[in-house]
Design a protein around this ligand. Sequence first.
Ligand code: FO1
Length: 319
Amino acid sequence: MPSITVLCGGVGAARFLAGLMQVVDHSSITAIVNTGDDTELHGLSISPDLDTITYTLANAIDPERGWGLAGETWHSLEALERYEAVRPEGSAAATRWFGLGDRDLATHMYRTQRLREGASLSQATAEITRAWGLGLKLLPMTDDRVRTEVTTASHGRLAFQEYFVRHRHALTVTQVDFVGADTARVPKAVTDALDTADIVVIAPSNPLVSIGPLLALQRLAGALARARSRTVAISPIVGGQAIKGPAATMLADAGIEPSAAGIAAVYAPWASTLVVDTVDGGLTTAIESYGIRCVVTDTVMGSPARAAALAASVCAAIR
Ligand code: FO1
């Protein structure tokens, strides 16, 4: 059974991992996950991408939203409304624009308490995935604090979740920064997972704000560069559109063509193969002109069976 390491953001990565878990042994999978989206609200440490992956693989995710738990209730958030009227100007108390469901809160409470007790984010994550009965290794990209911040044309510099959730990613982004990435350490388990994997996969996540934070970590980027011949990326852009989220607009705002060919330009230094959707089959020559091999298959994971088929194709692309 080949060992597979997957570089991950949120929803697209979670769906790919769910497919992969159907075709390979769970213990052979390591997911290295973006923590640049992490945030602190109500005194709680929230790691959206880690939780989206955990809930998806545990079959507990809300399938329509793609984040949070299915069958969730919102009593705590609703009860905060009372305090809005008394909140002083500038206070973040009683923030309600970020949807924390009652049962989801338990995960953030557990993580927060374990971090306060001195556990690393890696340790807390291993405990949370064990509690959800998962057999793969889920590794935060770093145990140190890295936060994605975006500069917008209209609202200046914003923390990632302010841009993504509060402003519904409807603002023009002129710059993306990964604050703390210069000094953040990369756990040895992360570089080992890249150095020893038979296959490395860059999941179909937003290349700028989901995979970008991983590439901003020097030791992680170094290990990925060493693994280039074993690395396959999956294009998150299909027919010029992102399946979910602002990737296409963000690429265009960054001066990168929002197409599978634009993705080839971004990933050519890191991956030897790019998997693109059949609707983009006509871009093969343009893609291969960047020095990256192109594999064409169905990449839209509309069902568990299609996610499994994509995972099988991705593994076959390197073997
Ligand atoms: N996404 C939203 O669009 N609105 C929300 O209110 C929201 C809350 C939320 C709470 C916990 C969590 O783990 C994820 C949550 N997300 C929400 C998703 C998250 O903001 C993004 O999907 C990722 O950060 C982008 O990968």
